[in-house]
Design a protein around this ligand. Sequence first.
Ligand SMILES: [Zn+2]
Length: 209
Amino acid sequence: MSTSPISSDKLIACPDCDRLTRKPELRPHQIARCRYCGALLRRGHGDSLQPAIALSLASLILFAIANLFPFVSLRSGGVEQEIRLSSGLFAMAESGVPLPGLVAIGFILIAPILRLAGYLYVLIPLWRHTEPPAWRAVLRLANFMLPWSMLEIYLLSVVVALVKISELGSIVIGVSFWSFVLLVVTSTWLSSITDRFALWELVELWRQK
Ligand SMILES: [Zn+2]
């Protein structure tokens, strides 16, 4: 009995144990797991190009709003101090110990912006049936930024910090804070419909249309 060889584009490597499995065909909401270690291999997403564009665009707009308006204001002893998202991060970077601030700027500003802008740079032309220059490199960079984009962790740390500084005076939550909360929602939603494997498949699907 002979078994025919499987071409490499029909195989998928497990991210946990590196063993190869035949790439499963999945419908939306189905998931495939590695038969050896049980790690998640793929999710079935269907054609999610337009939702991915809408969520990337919404996230970038929310990001802009989160940076343009006050994040929180602290009122204490008749004095009010506004704290903005970016000014808070840059103040950390300019403090005596700049490394945590620089890391936070990378995780909270640079990585999410590169990821969202990269997706839009590739997906919008594709939706209009053109291919932008160097789109593969841009998509690779955008995908590389995915694990370094830590918006939800930052939000959690901000909430903890707000509880602490509320002892110093009254806190007024600004428009920027609520934009940031919505940004975490849209960004997480975007991640759930476009993991890095699904995005490449989506791109190939639309290139063939
Ligand atoms: Zn595995």
